[in-house]
Design a binder for this molecule. Structure first.
Ligand code: AMP
Ligand code: MG
Length: 400
Protein backbone atom coordinates (compact mmCIF):
# COMPACT_ATOMS: atom_id res chain seq x y z
CA UNK A 1 0.00 0.00 0.00
CA UNK A 2 1.33 3.43 -1.02
CA UNK A 3 2.03 6.03 1.62
CA UNK A 4 -0.50 8.86 1.39
CA UNK A 5 -0.42 12.57 2.16
CA UNK A 6 -1.66 13.78 5.53
CA UNK A 7 -4.54 15.73 3.97
CA UNK A 8 -5.68 12.61 2.18
CA UNK A 9 -5.44 10.56 5.38
CA UNK A 10 -7.50 13.14 7.28
CA UNK A 11 -10.09 13.19 4.51
CA UNK A 12 -10.37 9.39 4.51
CA UNK A 13 -10.79 9.35 8.27
CA UNK A 14 -13.39 12.10 8.28
CA UNK A 15 -15.32 10.52 5.42
CA UNK A 16 -15.42 7.20 7.19
CA UNK A 17 -16.48 8.17 10.68
CA UNK A 18 -19.95 8.84 11.92
CA UNK A 19 -20.79 11.85 14.04
CA UNK A 20 -22.01 10.99 17.52
CA UNK A 21 -25.77 11.57 17.40
CA UNK A 22 -26.85 10.20 20.77
CA UNK A 23 -27.75 12.82 23.31
CA UNK A 24 -28.06 13.16 27.05
CA UNK A 25 -29.64 15.63 29.44
CA UNK A 26 -27.27 17.61 31.66
CA UNK A 27 -27.58 20.44 34.09
CA UNK A 28 -25.88 23.57 32.86
CA UNK A 29 -23.14 23.21 35.49
CA UNK A 30 -22.04 19.96 33.88
CA UNK A 31 -22.35 21.12 30.30
CA UNK A 32 -19.32 23.35 29.73
CA UNK A 33 -17.49 22.36 26.56
CA UNK A 34 -20.35 20.22 25.30
CA UNK A 35 -22.27 20.59 22.05
CA UNK A 36 -25.89 21.53 22.52
CA UNK A 37 -28.33 19.31 20.62
CA UNK A 38 -31.33 21.65 20.61
CA UNK A 39 -32.12 25.21 19.56
CA UNK A 40 -32.81 27.43 22.54
CA UNK A 41 -35.42 30.17 22.31
CA UNK A 42 -35.52 32.86 24.96
CA UNK A 43 -38.39 32.23 27.34
CA UNK A 44 -38.25 35.65 28.94
CA UNK A 45 -37.00 39.14 28.29
CA UNK A 46 -33.59 39.74 29.80
CA UNK A 47 -33.65 41.82 31.86
CA UNK A 48 -37.32 41.13 32.61
CA UNK A 49 -37.92 44.81 33.54
CA UNK A 50 -36.26 48.16 32.77
CA UNK A 51 -33.44 48.51 35.26
CA UNK A 52 -30.95 51.00 36.50
CA UNK A 53 -27.34 50.64 35.31
CA UNK A 54 -25.99 52.72 38.18
CA UNK A 55 -26.55 54.10 41.67
CA UNK A 56 -28.38 57.42 41.57
CA UNK A 57 -31.83 58.86 41.01
CA UNK A 58 -34.62 57.86 38.67
CA UNK A 59 -36.21 61.01 37.29
CA UNK A 60 -37.70 62.79 34.31
CA UNK A 61 -35.26 64.32 31.83
CA UNK A 62 -37.46 67.39 31.36
CA UNK A 63 -36.97 68.21 35.06
CA UNK A 64 -33.21 68.49 34.55
CA UNK A 65 -33.17 71.06 31.75
CA UNK A 66 -30.50 73.68 32.48
CA UNK A 67 -29.28 71.99 35.69
CA UNK A 68 -25.63 72.52 36.62
CA UNK A 69 -23.44 72.68 39.71
CA UNK A 70 -23.92 76.47 39.80
CA UNK A 71 -27.63 76.25 39.02
CA UNK A 72 -28.85 73.00 40.59
CA UNK A 73 -32.43 71.81 40.23
CA UNK A 74 -34.05 70.51 43.41
CA UNK A 75 -36.36 67.49 43.23
CA UNK A 76 -38.40 65.86 45.96
CA UNK A 77 -37.21 62.29 46.73
CA UNK A 78 -40.40 60.24 47.13
CA UNK A 79 -39.06 56.70 47.54
CA UNK A 80 -36.00 54.50 47.23
CA UNK A 81 -35.56 51.19 45.44
CA UNK A 82 -32.80 48.57 45.63
CA UNK A 83 -31.89 45.64 43.38
CA UNK A 84 -34.44 42.95 44.10
CA UNK A 85 -36.95 45.53 45.35
CA UNK A 86 -39.87 47.29 43.67
CA UNK A 87 -41.39 50.75 43.94
CA UNK A 88 -45.05 51.30 43.16
CA UNK A 89 -44.61 55.06 43.26
CA UNK A 90 -44.70 57.00 40.02
CA UNK A 91 -42.08 59.64 39.27
CA UNK A 92 -44.15 62.76 38.59
CA UNK A 93 -42.82 66.20 37.55
CA UNK A 94 -40.60 67.64 40.28
CA UNK A 95 -39.89 64.29 41.94
CA UNK A 96 -37.20 61.61 41.88
CA UNK A 97 -36.72 58.13 43.34
CA UNK A 98 -33.40 57.07 44.82
CA UNK A 99 -32.33 53.95 42.92
CA UNK A 100 -29.49 51.41 43.07
CA UNK A 101 -27.81 49.45 40.27
CA UNK A 102 -30.00 46.56 39.12
CA UNK A 103 -33.19 47.96 40.64
CA UNK A 104 -36.35 48.22 38.49
CA UNK A 105 -36.88 51.72 37.12
CA UNK A 106 -40.17 53.07 38.49
CA UNK A 107 -43.03 54.28 36.34
CA UNK A 108 -42.75 57.83 35.07
CA UNK A 109 -38.93 57.97 35.10
CA UNK A 110 -37.18 58.15 31.74
CA UNK A 111 -33.56 58.41 32.85
CA UNK A 112 -31.17 57.75 35.72
CA UNK A 113 -28.78 60.36 37.04
CA UNK A 114 -25.65 59.02 38.71
CA UNK A 115 -25.39 60.00 42.35
CA UNK A 116 -21.99 61.68 41.80
CA UNK A 117 -23.89 64.37 39.84
CA UNK A 118 -26.08 65.21 42.85
CA UNK A 119 -25.73 66.27 46.48
CA UNK A 120 -26.84 62.73 47.55
CA UNK A 121 -29.93 64.34 49.08
CA UNK A 122 -32.34 62.08 51.00
CA UNK A 123 -35.56 64.11 51.12
CA UNK A 124 -34.68 66.63 48.46
CA UNK A 125 -31.94 66.08 45.96
CA UNK A 126 -29.98 68.75 44.11
CA UNK A 127 -29.31 67.86 40.49
CA UNK A 128 -26.05 69.15 39.00
CA UNK A 129 -26.52 67.98 35.42
CA UNK A 130 -29.12 67.78 32.73
CA UNK A 131 -29.94 64.48 31.03
CA UNK A 132 -31.69 63.43 27.86
CA UNK A 133 -34.66 61.10 27.96
CA UNK A 134 -33.61 57.42 28.05
CA UNK A 135 -30.08 58.23 29.18
CA UNK A 136 -28.70 55.56 31.52
CA UNK A 137 -31.89 53.60 30.99
CA UNK A 138 -31.58 49.80 30.50
CA UNK A 139 -34.56 48.60 28.56
CA UNK A 140 -36.48 45.45 29.32
CA UNK A 141 -35.08 42.79 26.94
CA UNK A 142 -31.94 44.77 26.10
CA UNK A 143 -29.83 41.57 26.47
CA UNK A 144 -32.27 39.29 24.63
CA UNK A 145 -35.96 39.34 23.85
CA UNK A 146 -38.46 36.61 24.54
CA UNK A 147 -38.88 34.38 21.48
CA UNK A 148 -35.49 35.05 19.89
CA UNK A 149 -33.17 32.15 19.20
CA UNK A 150 -30.22 32.50 21.54
CA UNK A 151 -28.43 29.21 20.83
CA UNK A 152 -28.52 26.84 17.89
CA UNK A 153 -28.05 23.09 17.98
CA UNK A 154 -24.41 22.31 17.24
CA UNK A 155 -22.96 25.23 19.15
CA UNK A 156 -20.32 24.50 21.73
CA UNK A 157 -21.10 25.67 25.23
CA UNK A 158 -18.56 28.03 26.69
CA UNK A 159 -18.94 30.23 29.74
CA UNK A 160 -20.97 32.90 27.90
CA UNK A 161 -23.38 30.32 26.45
CA UNK A 162 -23.92 28.77 29.88
CA UNK A 163 -24.42 32.23 31.39
CA UNK A 164 -27.08 33.07 28.80
CA UNK A 165 -28.87 29.77 29.42
CA UNK A 166 -28.85 30.48 33.15
CA UNK A 167 -30.06 34.06 32.49
CA UNK A 168 -33.05 32.45 30.80
CA UNK A 169 -33.84 30.35 33.79
CA UNK A 170 -32.83 27.15 32.01
CA UNK A 171 -31.29 24.50 34.24
CA UNK A 172 -31.25 21.41 32.04
CA UNK A 173 -30.32 21.03 28.41
CA UNK A 174 -29.80 18.29 25.86
CA UNK A 175 -26.25 17.83 24.60
CA UNK A 176 -24.50 15.25 22.46
CA UNK A 177 -22.73 12.60 24.49
CA UNK A 178 -18.96 12.50 24.54
CA UNK A 179 -17.16 10.33 22.02
CA UNK A 180 -15.98 7.05 23.52
CA UNK A 181 -12.53 5.72 22.87
CA UNK A 182 -10.81 2.40 23.44
CA UNK A 183 -7.06 2.80 23.98
CA UNK A 184 -4.58 -0.03 23.61
CA UNK A 185 -0.80 -0.01 23.78
CA UNK A 186 1.07 -2.98 22.36
CA UNK A 187 4.58 -4.21 23.08
CA UNK A 188 5.98 -7.18 24.98
CA UNK A 189 8.64 -4.85 26.37
CA UNK A 190 6.06 -2.68 28.14
CA UNK A 191 5.59 -2.63 31.89
CA UNK A 192 2.96 -0.60 33.72
CA UNK A 193 4.26 2.29 35.83
CA UNK A 194 4.54 1.14 39.44
CA UNK A 195 5.66 -2.36 38.52
CA UNK A 196 9.13 -3.88 38.54
CA UNK A 197 11.26 -3.16 35.49
CA UNK A 198 13.05 -6.27 34.23
CA UNK A 199 15.86 -6.56 31.70
CA UNK A 200 14.88 -5.30 28.25
CA UNK A 201 11.69 -3.76 29.53
CA UNK A 202 10.48 -0.15 29.47
CA UNK A 203 7.61 1.55 31.15
CA UNK A 204 4.52 2.13 29.08
CA UNK A 205 4.43 5.85 28.33
CA UNK A 206 2.05 5.91 25.42
CA UNK A 207 -0.99 4.38 27.04
CA UNK A 208 -0.98 6.97 29.79
CA UNK A 209 0.02 9.84 27.52
CA UNK A 210 -2.84 9.10 25.12
CA UNK A 211 -5.33 8.74 27.95
CA UNK A 212 -4.12 12.05 29.39
CA UNK A 213 -4.48 13.86 26.07
CA UNK A 214 -7.92 12.39 25.44
CA UNK A 215 -9.05 13.40 28.91
CA UNK A 216 -7.76 16.93 28.31
CA UNK A 217 -9.98 16.90 25.22
CA UNK A 218 -12.91 15.68 27.36
CA UNK A 219 -13.17 12.43 25.49
CA UNK A 220 -14.48 9.41 27.38
CA UNK A 221 -12.10 6.47 27.75
CA UNK A 222 -14.33 3.39 27.74
CA UNK A 223 -11.56 0.88 28.21
CA UNK A 224 -7.80 0.67 28.00
CA UNK A 225 -5.18 -2.01 28.06
CA UNK A 226 -1.48 -2.68 27.60
CA UNK A 227 -1.00 -5.86 25.61
CA UNK A 228 1.93 -8.10 24.63
CA UNK A 229 2.91 -8.49 21.01
CA UNK A 230 0.33 -11.18 20.56
CA UNK A 231 -2.12 -10.56 17.73
CA UNK A 232 -4.70 -13.05 19.07
CA UNK A 233 -4.71 -11.39 22.45
CA UNK A 234 -4.95 -7.90 20.98
CA UNK A 235 -7.70 -8.93 18.57
CA UNK A 236 -9.76 -10.59 21.25
CA UNK A 237 -9.50 -7.52 23.48
CA UNK A 238 -10.77 -5.32 20.69
CA UNK A 239 -13.52 -7.81 19.83
CA UNK A 240 -14.70 -7.79 23.42
CA UNK A 241 -14.54 -4.06 24.15
CA UNK A 242 -14.98 -2.19 20.86
CA UNK A 243 -18.77 -2.38 21.14
CA UNK A 244 -18.72 0.38 23.73
CA UNK A 245 -16.39 2.60 21.72
CA UNK A 246 -16.76 5.02 18.82
CA UNK A 247 -13.04 4.98 18.07
CA UNK A 248 -10.26 2.47 18.61
CA UNK A 249 -6.82 3.86 19.21
CA UNK A 250 -3.66 1.81 19.55
CA UNK A 251 0.09 2.37 19.61
CA UNK A 252 2.95 0.16 18.52
CA UNK A 253 3.37 -2.68 16.08
CA UNK A 254 2.55 -0.87 12.86
CA UNK A 255 5.93 -0.94 11.13
CA UNK A 256 7.49 -3.79 9.15
CA UNK A 257 9.25 -5.67 11.99
CA UNK A 258 8.63 -9.27 12.89
CA UNK A 259 6.60 -8.29 15.94
CA UNK A 260 4.63 -5.57 14.25
CA UNK A 261 1.42 -7.30 15.11
CA UNK A 262 -1.17 -4.73 14.14
CA UNK A 263 -1.30 -5.98 10.55
CA UNK A 264 -2.26 -9.41 11.88
CA UNK A 265 -4.69 -7.86 14.33
CA UNK A 266 -6.43 -6.10 11.44
CA UNK A 267 -6.55 -9.39 9.51
CA UNK A 268 -7.92 -11.33 12.49
CA UNK A 269 -10.61 -8.74 13.08
CA UNK A 270 -11.45 -8.32 9.43
CA UNK A 271 -10.64 -4.61 9.63
CA UNK A 272 -11.19 -2.84 6.35
CA UNK A 273 -7.94 -0.99 5.77
CA UNK A 274 -8.15 2.69 4.86
CA UNK A 275 -4.44 3.46 4.70
CA UNK A 276 -1.03 2.44 5.94
CA UNK A 277 1.81 4.98 6.11
CA UNK A 278 1.42 8.71 5.86
CA UNK A 279 4.03 10.86 4.13
CA UNK A 280 5.23 12.70 7.21
CA UNK A 281 7.66 12.46 10.06
CA UNK A 282 7.38 11.34 12.86
CA UNK A 283 5.14 8.34 13.10
CA UNK A 284 4.80 7.66 9.39
CA UNK A 285 3.73 3.99 9.65
CA UNK A 286 0.30 4.87 11.04
CA UNK A 287 -2.17 2.18 10.07
CA UNK A 288 -5.85 2.86 9.84
CA UNK A 289 -9.02 1.00 9.09
CA UNK A 290 -12.64 0.42 9.97
CA UNK A 291 -13.68 -2.23 12.46
CA UNK A 292 -17.40 -2.77 12.56
CA UNK A 293 -17.74 0.63 10.90
CA UNK A 294 -15.64 2.31 13.57
CA UNK A 295 -12.34 4.02 12.88
CA UNK A 296 -9.36 2.06 14.17
CA UNK A 297 -6.31 4.31 14.31
CA UNK A 298 -3.11 2.35 15.00
CA UNK A 299 -0.33 4.80 15.80
CA UNK A 300 3.39 4.22 15.83
CA UNK A 301 4.90 3.09 19.14
CA UNK A 302 7.52 5.82 19.22
CA UNK A 303 6.13 8.15 21.85
CA UNK A 304 6.54 11.42 19.96
CA UNK A 305 5.30 9.74 16.78
CA UNK A 306 2.22 8.58 18.66
CA UNK A 307 1.32 11.92 20.21
CA UNK A 308 2.13 13.92 17.07
CA UNK A 309 -0.21 11.73 15.01
CA UNK A 310 -2.89 11.86 17.66
CA UNK A 311 -2.87 15.60 17.00
CA UNK A 312 -2.53 15.41 13.23
CA UNK A 313 -5.01 12.57 12.59
CA UNK A 314 -6.93 11.99 15.81
CA UNK A 315 -8.00 15.58 16.36
CA UNK A 316 -9.65 16.14 12.96
CA UNK A 317 -11.40 12.81 13.43
CA UNK A 318 -12.75 13.92 16.81
CA UNK A 319 -13.82 17.24 15.30
CA UNK A 320 -15.88 15.36 12.73
CA UNK A 321 -17.35 13.05 15.36
CA UNK A 322 -18.26 15.81 17.80
CA UNK A 323 -18.57 19.08 15.87
CA UNK A 324 -16.28 20.63 18.46
CA UNK A 325 -14.51 23.64 17.00
CA UNK A 326 -12.12 23.94 19.96
CA UNK A 327 -10.44 20.74 18.76
CA UNK A 328 -9.79 22.08 15.28
CA UNK A 329 -6.14 22.40 14.42
CA UNK A 330 -5.07 26.03 14.59
CA UNK A 331 -2.16 27.21 12.53
CA UNK A 332 -0.05 30.31 12.64
CA UNK A 333 3.22 31.62 11.25
CA UNK A 334 6.41 32.24 13.13
CA UNK A 335 10.04 33.14 12.80
CA UNK A 336 11.94 29.92 13.44
CA UNK A 337 14.61 31.18 15.84
CA UNK A 338 16.53 27.93 16.20
CA UNK A 339 16.10 26.64 12.64
CA UNK A 340 16.42 22.93 11.83
CA UNK A 341 19.60 21.43 10.41
CA UNK A 342 18.38 18.12 8.95
CA UNK A 343 16.95 17.22 5.55
CA UNK A 344 13.19 16.67 5.43
CA UNK A 345 12.30 14.40 2.49
CA UNK A 346 8.71 14.32 3.77
CA UNK A 347 6.83 16.97 5.77
CA UNK A 348 8.30 17.07 9.22
CA UNK A 349 6.56 18.16 12.40
CA UNK A 350 9.15 19.45 14.82
CA UNK A 351 8.07 19.92 18.40
CA UNK A 352 8.66 23.43 19.66
CA UNK A 353 7.67 26.42 21.68
CA UNK A 354 5.72 29.28 20.10
CA UNK A 355 5.57 32.75 21.58
CA UNK A 356 4.84 36.20 20.14
CA UNK A 357 5.43 35.23 16.53
CA UNK A 358 8.60 33.27 17.24
CA UNK A 359 9.11 29.52 17.49
CA UNK A 360 12.06 27.45 18.53
CA UNK A 361 12.77 23.78 18.76
CA UNK A 362 12.99 22.43 22.25
CA UNK A 363 15.73 19.83 22.05
CA UNK A 364 15.89 16.43 20.44
CA UNK A 365 13.27 15.80 17.79
CA UNK A 366 13.86 12.03 17.68
CA UNK A 367 10.53 10.26 17.65
CA UNK A 368 11.64 7.95 20.47
CA UNK A 369 12.45 10.90 22.73
CA UNK A 370 9.54 12.22 24.72
CA UNK A 371 11.00 14.46 27.42
CA UNK A 372 11.79 17.24 24.94
CA UNK A 373 8.06 17.50 24.27
CA UNK A 374 7.52 18.73 27.82
CA UNK A 375 6.58 22.41 27.72
CA UNK A 376 6.00 22.39 23.96
CA UNK A 377 2.95 24.20 22.64
CA UNK A 378 3.38 23.79 18.91
CA UNK A 379 4.64 21.66 16.06
CA UNK A 380 6.75 23.49 13.52
CA UNK A 381 5.93 22.40 9.97
CA UNK A 382 8.91 21.81 7.70
CA UNK A 383 7.71 21.21 4.14
CA UNK A 384 8.73 18.09 2.22
CA UNK A 385 11.91 18.56 0.22
CA UNK A 386 13.50 21.10 2.57
CA UNK A 387 17.28 20.70 2.90
CA UNK A 388 17.58 22.70 6.10
CA UNK A 389 15.84 25.64 7.76
CA UNK A 390 18.15 28.47 8.76
CA UNK A 391 17.54 30.31 12.02
CA UNK A 392 15.26 33.28 11.36
CA UNK A 393 13.34 31.72 8.44
CA UNK A 394 9.55 31.94 8.50
CA UNK A 395 7.63 28.74 9.10
CA UNK A 396 4.12 27.53 9.65
CA UNK A 397 3.29 26.25 13.13
CA UNK A 398 0.47 24.09 14.42
CA UNK A 399 -0.65 25.36 17.80
CA UNK A 400 -1.35 22.55 20.24
P1 AMP B 1 6.91 -0.05 17.66
O1 AMP B 1 6.12 0.98 16.94
O2 AMP B 1 6.10 -1.05 18.37
O3 AMP B 1 7.91 -0.68 16.72
O4 AMP B 1 7.76 0.71 18.75
C1 AMP B 1 8.68 1.70 18.40
C2 AMP B 1 9.49 2.11 19.61
O5 AMP B 1 8.63 2.71 20.57
C3 AMP B 1 10.15 0.96 20.33
O6 AMP B 1 11.39 1.41 20.84
C4 AMP B 1 9.21 0.66 21.46
O7 AMP B 1 9.82 0.03 22.54
C5 AMP B 1 8.70 2.01 21.80
N1 AMP B 1 7.36 1.93 22.36
C6 AMP B 1 6.34 1.23 21.82
N2 AMP B 1 5.24 1.35 22.56
C7 AMP B 1 5.58 2.13 23.59
C8 AMP B 1 4.86 2.61 24.71
N3 AMP B 1 3.59 2.27 24.91
N4 AMP B 1 5.50 3.40 25.59
C9 AMP B 1 6.79 3.74 25.38
N5 AMP B 1 7.50 3.33 24.35
C10 AMP B 1 6.92 2.53 23.46
MG1 MG C 1 6.40 -2.85 19.26
Amino acid sequence: MEAIQLEQAVELLQENCLPVTETEKLTIDDAAGRIIAQDITARINQPPFPRSPLDGYALRAEDTVGASKENPVALKVIDQVYAGGWSDREVRPGTAIRIMTGAPIPRGADCILMQEDTDYGMDTVKIYRSLKAWQNYCYEGEDFKKGTTILKAGQQLGAAEIGVLAGNGIREITVYRKPRVLVMSTGTELVSPGEFLGPGQIYDSNLHMLIAQLKLWSVEIVSYVSIRDDPEEAASYVREHAGKADLILSTGGVSVGKKDIMHDVFRLLGVERLFWKVRLKPGSPTLCGLYDGKPFLALSGNPYGAIANLHLLGRPLLVKMTGRSDLEIRKSHAVFDSGFPKKSPVTRYVRGVYKDGHAWSSGSNDSGVLSSFIGCNCMIVIPAGTMKVDPGERVEVILL
